[in-house]
Unconditional design. Structure first.
Length: 391
């Protein structure tokens, strides 16, 4: 093997595998596989965050800062231990929050996965806790949610009154939105008027319609077809009342459907600005600098399919890698329908890490080993292909 191949520069920039392996562990497993194939490879690990689990920890790791533990209300009403990050060296005291720490799907027991009943109340409690600690700016990541309440619970935790026709508060969940008749913001936490909240969202996630959050993501959170219909009705009512009472159109808001409509709720109730998540995140992470010193990019996600090109980590990494004319390999736990469309985003090849039939539990347990083995084989294939074309 030539010295050039031994010094191949590889950037490993994966997402996490939901309910399987965290993003830093995914990056480590792939890096081991690369080095198994090329021991002297120059491997740079860059765990990618999309606003979901790990957002706060990685932002603090990269930019410096500290974590503040908090206890808040979880998605099914139970207390959960969460955390808020505060970044160092900023002109404004900047807090970092991930909604998944208070309302993530991981926090919903599998026998309780009914997104008509889960709440974002704990997200509002985390925002309030950040304000209590002197936050002047909040970066909030949306992703990996187990909710579909359009931020109703979050709003209530911040003092917003969501009322039914009798003037009584509705429950802070997706089903209750159908009963929403009036919004009263006179009790809203006034500190929200003096800070900026920037939210990292998937701009393709819309609140309503056939491509809306209830229909696309409701089933993934445990909703039956009847419950999807209930959630859609609630979101339609929510959008109508918000427009009437607050003069804000959340129905057509890009990213408004993120995290079960939390994006729309944050915009309507907390004056938040929604940003395409990678535009916001990559302001802080110097990806282009690293790509300019790379020969091969490897990314990964738990599932890669026709939806991947709509704002998922592998597609966003690939798009930016192609500006540098770099090859991109993607590893996946499952490869689904429409995966061929990822080539339009710049992914050159997708490899499933599953090498034989197995149960989901077995796949999750063996994810780390499977990632390492598949990464090694993918890199060996790249080297063999180069040899063929150079011969």
């Amino acid at each position: 093997m030539s010295k050039k191949y031994r010094r191949l520069r590889v950037l490993v920039a994966p997402s996490g595998f939901k309910e399987g392996l965290g993003v830093r562990e995914v990056a480590d497993a792939i890096a081991r596989g690369v080095r198994n194939a090329i021991p002297r490879a120059k491997v740079t690990r860059m765990p990618m965050i999309d606003g979901g689990e790990g957002f706060v920890q990685i932002m603090v790791d990269i930019l410096g800062g500290e974590l503040h533990p908090v206890t808040v209300t979880g998605p099914v009403g139970q207390p959960v231990d969460a955390h808020i990050g505060f970044l160092s060296g900023r002109r404004k005291r900047t807090a970092v929050i991930e909604m998944a720490a208070a309302a993530g799907l991981r926090l919903v027991p599998k026998d309780m996965r009914d997104p008509t009943r889960t709440t974002s109340y704990g997200v509002g409690e985390m925002i309030r806790a950040a304000l209590d600690r002197g936050a002047e700016r909040i970066l909030l990541g949306c992703g990996d949610s187990g909710i579909n309440d359009a931020g109703a619970g979050m709003a209530q935790a911040l003092g917003v009154s969501l009322l039914d026709t009798s003037g009584q508060p509705i429950a802070g969940n997706g089903a209750a939105l159908r009963s929403l008749d009036r919004i009263d913001v006179t009790g809203r936490d006034r500190r929200l008027e003096n800070i900026s909240i920037d939210v990292a969202v998937n701009p393709y996630n819309m609140l309503l319609g056939k491509a809306g959050v209830a229909r696309v993501f409701g089933p993934q959170k445990g909703a039956t077809p009847d419950q999807v219909a209930i959630l859609e009705q609630g979101l339609q009512t929510f959008a109508r009342i918000v427009r009437r009472d607050l003069d804000i159109d959340v129905g057509s808001l890009k990213g408004g459907g993120s995290s079960g409509g939390l994006g729309a709720g944050l915009h309507a109730f907390a004056f938040a600005k929604l940003h395409p998540r990678f535009d916001l995140i990559l302001r802080h992470i110097k990806l282009d600098q690293r790509l300019s010193k790379t020969d091969l990019v490897m990314t990964a996600e738990g599932g890669i399919d026709g939806q991947t090109r709509y704002g998922k980590v592998p597609a966003e990494i690939a798009r930016r890698a192609k500006r540098h004319k770099l090859p991109v390999l993607a590893l996946a736990g499952t490869v689904g329908s429409g995966v061929e469309t990822t080539r339009k985003a710049g992914i050159d090849a997708v490899f499933s890490i599953l090498n034989q039939p197995c149960t989901l539990e077995d796949a999750i347990r063996e994810t780390e080993t499977l990632l390492t083995e598949t990464a090694e084989q993918a890199v060996r294939l790249v080297l063999a292909t180069r040899s063929v074309f150079r011969s």
